[in-house]
Structures are given as C-alpha cells and as structure tokens.
Design a protein around this ligand. Structure first.
Ligand SMILES: [Zn+2]
Length: 838
C-alpha cells in the first residue's frame, strides 16, 4: 500500500532561523527561513514541505538554486548537493485565510468595536502553510523566530521574548531559541490580550491570556489549575517542566478543544475560561481536564514525541490518562475517575464495537489521512482506557517509575511504542510489550461470557460486535480483575474453567479498568443485582452500561433494560445516574413514533427520578456535595421529561422570575430548553438570540444554542437553518454543534438533513481542510433513524468515499446506522410491551 513520503529520510534539519512579517489588514505574510541541516547519502536535491505558499527565492550554501513547488513539496535542486551539512535559505509569502489552521485570524467584539487576533494551528501538518520546513514530528530542530507585526499588541511565541523594538513602524519581536522540537508544536498569537500570572515552585512563569472582552475573573480558575498542574507533573514525571514559561491563551475562534503547542497552549474560550458567576460545575471540570491534558503533553508529545503519526496514541492516549491522574490529585473531592468510567469508557466501548474501526496504532497512507486518526473515541478514550488498564495491572508506583525511566532516556527525542514498553518492562520486570502490543495493534475488544455449572465457572472470550461483521478469531490477554481468587489474573486463551471459591456475587473487571465487557448468565446477573448495594460505584454503573451494549448487539433484549433500571431506583451517585440516563436514552429510540408508548416512558423516567428529585429540589444548598449539584441537573432533566404539569409550571415560574444570567448555570439549559420546546410563539427565540449575541460568556452562548435548537416549531427550525451559515451568529467553530443539535432533534431532523445535503458544497469549502471535517458523516449517522434515511445516507455519501478523510467514517456510518435500524426493528415490539405492562 502507498505510504506518505518521509522527507527526513533525505534531509535532517538541525536549526531554523525564521523571520516572518504579518500584515493583518492586508491578509498576507512574507518571510525568510534559513535551514541548517544535513543531506543523507545519495540525496540529489533538498525537499521541504510547503503548502499554499509562493516561493520567491531559494539558495543553497549561498548559491542561487533552482526550485519547484508541487502540491505540498518544495524541491530545491543544485548540482553541488551531496551528503553532509548544508544551509538552505528560502524567501516566501502567503495569504492569511479564515480556515482555522496554519496562520489565521480570530474575530471578536469589545465595547462595540470589532477586533481581531492572529493565531496559528500547526498540528497535524499545517506548519508548512506558514513557512517551508520538514513538517514531520521526527524532524526535531531548534528554532529562532522573529515576528514583525503591527504595534500596540501582545506578541506570543513558544519561548519568552528576547528582544522587542520598533523598526519602520513595525513591532519586531525576537524570541529565545527553542529546545529541539517538532514543527507541529510551534505557535504564535498576536493581538490585544489581558493576562493573569503566577509562578510555580520551580520558578516557571504561568500566564493565562484572553481577549479584553472576557471578564478578568474568568481567568482565575485556569491559572490555579495550570500552576498546580505543572507542579504536579514536575514531580510525577521526575523531569522538570522543560521551558521557562507556560502560556495558555483563550482564542475566540478555535477548531478543536485545545492545542498543546510547547509553552504556548491555545484553547477555545469555553475550554479555558470559567466565569465564577455564570459557569457550571461541569464546565469547570471539563476545563480542568483540558488544561491538565495539555500540560501533560508538554512532556508526553512535546518533550518526547512519536516518530510518526501511526503512534499518535503515544501523545493522546497518555494525555487522556494523565488528565484524570492529575485532576484526581488536584481536586480529590471531584472523584474524577467516576467521570472517566462514564464519559470516556462509553465512547470507547461504543465506537470500538464496530467492525472496521481502526486500531489504536494505525498506518497512515496519505497526508489527508493524518487528520482522521484523531478519533476521540479511539486514540483518546480507548487509548486512555488501555493505559489505565496497564497502570492498574502494573500498580501505580511501578507504572510511574516506568514513566520516569522513559522521560530520562528519551527527552528531546522521538519514540515508538516499543520504547515505552521497554521502559515499563525495565520498571516492572515483566514483558509489558507482550501484554500491550496485542491491545494497541488489534481493533475491537472482547466480550467475556461467564457461566456456572455446579461450582465450576466457565469463562470464554470472543470479539464483541454491534452490527454486521466478518468472523473474528482475535484473542486478547485480558486482565480479568475478578473478585473470586480462583480466577487467574490474566486470561489469554479462548476458554477457561475454574472452581468457584466463594458465594459472594461474582464481579469481573472490578472498577472497569480493563477494556472488555462481561456477559453473565441470568443467574449470575441476578446474584449481582441482588447485591447491587454492596458493589462499588463504578461496578454498579459498569454493569448497567454492559447490559446496554449487550442489548445493542442483540445478546439480550432491550426490553430487559426496564426491569434492570428498576434495581437502580435507590441510586444516589451522580455517575451511576449518568449511565441510567444512557440506558433511558437507549429506550427513547423505540418510542419516537408512538405517543402513547412514549408517555409511558416519560412517566417511567419521572418515577425513577422522583426520589432524588425530592431530595435535591430545584436549588443549590450551600455546602452541598458538588456531585449532588451535578446530579440535580440529571434528575431535574428527567422530571421535566416526564411532562408533569406542575413541573412545567415551575420551570416557567423560574424562567419568568430570573434574568437569564442569574439562572443556576447547572440547570440553565434545562430551564431555557423547556421554555423553548413548549413555547407557543417566537418571542422567546427573539429574546434568546439577542442574549446570544450580547453575552461574551461562551458557556451561556452554548447553553442558548443548545436550548433553541431543541425547538419543535417548524418556522423556528427554518429560521435557525437560515442563520447556520452566518458567522456573525453561528461562529464556524460552533457550526458543528448547532448542526448536530438540530439533527438530533426529531422535529428538526428531516429538514436539517436536507439542508446538510443541499449545503454540502459550502460545508466542504468551509471545513474541508479542518480536523473536524470527517465528523460530518459520523454525526449524521448517529442522528438518523429510519430505513429511508439510511438509503438517503448511502446515496449521498457513497460518491464521497474517494475522499480519504471521509472514507472510514462513511463506511462506519453506514454500518452504525444499519445496525441501529435493525436493532429498533428487532426489539421495538418487546420494548412497547414491557412499557405497556408497567
Ligand atoms: Zn491531546
């Protein structure tokens, strides 16, 4: 199969001297790059990456050289090119465009004046859009950067400013030389910014930046987490934070959540800033996880970097694990591992059950394919889960000792999976590669069937699938985590029989640390449900989640989820309620078209939530556990879903009597969403859209968008579709959310799906170069429901299969949608009957 040409195999850069002049108003930039490096044996020319640039000149060792530029490569030719050290100088220019990659503008408004920042996003392969370079993670070099900009702005780079002066009416800023680093981690931000600063115990300067439009209070939480996060990892990794400063900048336009540029981390505003007044607990927790994720990358990814993108998981899976390790240490009262066991694990188990999903470690055959491996469910959630599995298997201290060996040995270098396993093996005295290579190289995961005959327990593994699939012979070395001491620690064979040693309920995969699910026979399941209160929080939620997956795969009927949920009616732990909500949402897809049955489900959900709703009420009690604050939003959501008239009246009373910015941020989206859904005219939409335009709080904006897209009014739906392309209302960074929320709303689904097909050329043009582009077919498949829509999906997306970045998600989308339709057809009657029999 074709692979991507690797330019470092012919020329190895050592040092870049880069000087770029940015003309924000004219939307252009121009510069010169001097690259010192070495050609390898047999090289006849020097090839650098360059994309969408105009090349003005090129010299080789001081001599004029010929050059040619194709799609992404600049080839410099000169008869004197031989093996050994050379200096290449290239003059170039380019344009600043709105796509949120390379060098791009961010838009915001402050005190009625429209303003802009300039920012960069170079991961995965966009540095080549800003200057010619070997744009591959393995091509580490040192960088001297000088930026010429307008005056009166803050200019940020990876390193502290070395020198700043005005020359020819331009502000010329030179930064300290960087350590050896990969090109995708370079970054610049230029514009008007406010900041708050602190210093870590080891003297690292930590700065949080935002535009002046943001409230200065909203920077405080991030400053605290970032400072303590760096101190935590200094100690945890045993290697101090490698740079003198750590900047964190909230950008008004940002494609993903955040980017770990070395020393200059960039974020979308909602991922960094948390307003103490209008911010919810969930947003604060998400921000803490994002900030610590990016900080862990300063070591995992930046100090030690994967050789090539096939090992992207070395960056992302570790950052995914470390964000939980760190937040658990910084905010122990949050019990953040419960969130990992719900949010991350659900994503990983669902996505990884589809035949054709990629393995953690995956080959990259085309530059456009690089973007598609950033699958949040696989390289992040599943990868983090596998490393949690390893951490549990090795023991936390030995695992940490392995990481310390790894960082000492490979600082400023590049690695592959086996380098990490070697460090872990050294620390543990076990062959860690033998355990882990199977898990990272095979897609999917096993279901373990557990049965009992006499006192003999029988365990059997096979690959778990939801939907159509090829036969699989795959096996995994499974850390069983069993409560019965006769059951071995690891099971690598297909089948195993042991005698049971105790009558206590048999728990497999205690605390859900290993990546598999368990299918108990009805009698073993009944034992567990009988002793539900004795199980840990994670074991309770895991059991319910596993049953939900088994139903999707037809291993049990979805109707069985109803009696199962009844066992959870005394539940008071928020994370377990998260999964109860997942199970209830699973049932919703069976009742969409039958109002009588749907009302049964509504009543059932209300009854289930009633006890906790009575305990928690509508208002935060000072001093209450933060998990109760989160739980309140779940049970209030369910009690509203039950459509009890007195509840809907209470929601209206709260809304009418409270200015929107004073609503409890933890219940806000429930309150305004309900008002939107039951509104009889468009007054509330006018009010909310005006508030959406007025507020600078990205969290409030998001809650409003989520609420208004849940409308049932066909005129409002048309009105919302009409503003989707207006960047003054729906920022391009937020477009996907609006679109998916509308698509998820059954009243808006048909119209939105039609709109999406009609507007595809615009979507392709606007988001085609972006990492988010491949999510379109994925989200559409998650939202559509009917056989007719499946045909439309195939008809529309099949011709797009030749787009490398979309191919996998289209194929998986067809599979996922087909299996959902089959699942509904298979279990609908049984679910209806179970609801009617309640
Ligand atoms: Zn990351």
């Amino acid at each position: 199969m074709q692979t991507v040409a690797r330019l470092i195999q012919t020329f190895v850069p050592e040092h870049y001297q880069l000087s770029v002049s940015l003309d924000r108003i004219g939307r252009t930039f121009a510069g010169t790059v001097t690259v010192n490096g070495a050609s390898v044996v047999g090289a006849k020319n020097i090839v650098l990456h360059a994309k969408d640039l105009v090349i003005q000149s090129a010299t080789f060792d001081g001599k004029q050289a010929d050059f040619s530029l194709d799609d992404q490569e600049l080839t410099i030719t000169h008869p004197d090119i031989t093996e050994g050290d050379h200096v290449v100088v290239v003059g170039f220019s380019g344009t600043i465009t709105d796509g949120m990659h390379g060098l791009y503008p961010c838009y915001y408004e402050h005190e009625g004046v429209k303003k802009e920042l300039l920012a960069t996003q170079f991961e995965s392969h966009h540095a080549r859009e800003a200057f010619p370079c070997i744009d591959e993670p393995e091509a580490k070099a040192t960088f001297d950067v000088t930026l010429s900009t307008e005056q009166g702005v803050v200019v940020l780079g990876n390193m502290p400013v070395k020198d700043q002066r005005v020359e020819n009416d331009q502000l010329v800023t030179t930064f300290d030389t960087t350590p050896r680093m990969s090109s995708y981690l370079l970054a610049w931000v230029v514009g008007e910014l406010q900041k708050k600063s602190a210093t870590t115990k080891d003297g690292v300067e930590v700065n949080i930046y935002a535009t002046p439009a943001q409230s200065s209070d909203s920077l405080d939480f991030a400053l605290d987490i970032a400072t303590r996060g760096i101190e935590f990892f200094d100690d945890y990794f045993g290697v101090p934070y490698p740079l003198p400063k750590s900047d964190h900048v909230a950008l008004p336009d940002f494609s993903s959540g955040a980017m770990e540029n070395w020393g200059l981390v960039t974020y979308r505003e909602i991922a960094l800033l948390t307003d103490p007044k209008t911010g919810s607990l969930i947003t604060r927790q998400q921000a803490a996880l994002t900030i610590t994720h990016e900080i862990s990358h300063q070591w995992f990814g930046n100090l030690v970097t994967m050789k090539w993108w096939n090992d992207l998981w070395l960056n992302e899976s570790f950052a995914n694990l470390m964000e939980y390790v760190c937040v658990d240490a910084l905010q122990p009262d949050w019990e953040i591992w419960l969130d990992q066991a719900t949010y991350e694990v659900i994503q990983a188990l669902r996505r990884d059950s589809l035949d054709g999903v990629q393995a953690i470690q995956t080959e990259v055959h085309h530059p456009d394919e690089i973007a598609t491996i950033f699958d949040p469910s696989i390289v992040y959630a599943k990868g983090g889960r596998l490393l949690r599995m390893l951490q549990t298997y090795m023991g936390e201290e030995v695992f940490q000792a392995g990481l310390k060996i790894y960082f000492k040995k490979y600082a400023y270098q590049n690695t592959e999976a086996n380098d990490l396993w070697a460090s872990m093996s050294e620390a543990s005295g076990q062959d860690i590669g033998l355990l882990m290579n199977t898990w990272i190289s095979q897609s999917g995961y096993p279901v373990l069937s557990v049965s009992q005959e006499g006192d003999q327990i029988n365990l059997q593994q096979e690959q778990f699938f939801v939907g159509a699939h090829e036969p699989s012979e795959k096996l995994w070395p499974i850390p069983l985590g069993a409560s019965d001491q006769n059951i071995p620690r690891l099971m690598s064979e297909r089948q195993l029989t042991v005698s049971r040693s105790s009558d206590l309920p048999l728990v497999i995969n205690h605390e859900s640390t290993a990546h598999f699910i368990t299918h108990y026979t009805p009698s073993l399941l009944a034992e567990l449900l009988g002793g539900l209160a004795t199980l840990s929080d994670i074991d309770r939620l895991k059991l319910l989640n596993e049953q939900t997956l088994l139903a999707q795969a037809s291993r049990i009927s979805s109707a069985e989820l109803l009696p199962l949920l009844a066992h959870y009616k005394e539940e008071s732990v928020e994370a377990v309620w998260d999964i109860m909500l997942v199970a209830l949402n699973e049932l919703k897809k069976f009742v969409e078209n039958d109002m009588t049955i749907e009302n049964k489900l509504r009543a059932y959900a209300g009854n289930l939530a009633e006890k906790e709703f009575n305990r928690l009420g509508w208002e935060v009690v000072p001093g209450e556990a933060e998990s109760d604050t989160k739980l309140r939003s779940i049970v209030v959501g369910l009690i509203i879903y039950s459509e009890r008239p007195e509840i809907l009246a209470k929601v209206a009373e709260i809304y009418e009597s409270t200015p929107i910015e004073d609503l409890d941020p933890n219940l806000r989206v429930n309150i305004i969403g309900t008002m939107v859904r039951y509104a009889t005219d468009q007054t509330i939409i006018d009010t909310l859209l005006a508030e959406h335009q007025k507020t600078t709080s990205s969290e409030l904006k998001e809650d409003i968008a989520s609420a208004i897209t849940s409308t049932r009014n066909p005129e409002v739906i048309q009105r919302l579709l009409g503003i989707l392309k207006d960047p003054a209302i729906v920022r391009p960074q937020d477009f996907m959310r609006w679109f998916v929320w509308l698509l998820r709303n059954r009243y808006a689904r048909t119209a939105t799906w039609r709109w999406g097909r009609d507007e595809w050329p615009w979507m392709e043009e606007t988001f085609g170069g972006d990492k988010s582009y491949d999510s379109f077919p994925r989200y559409v498949a998650i939202c559509l429901m009917t056989p007719a829509q499946l045909e439309e999906y195939k008809e529309f997306f099949t011709p797009l299969l030749d787009q490398v970045s979309l191919k996998r998600n289209i194929e998986l989308g067809i599979l996922e949608l087909s299996s959902k339709i089959e699942h509904i057809a298979r279990d609908e009657a049984a679910v209806h009957k179970a609801l009617l029999d309640l």
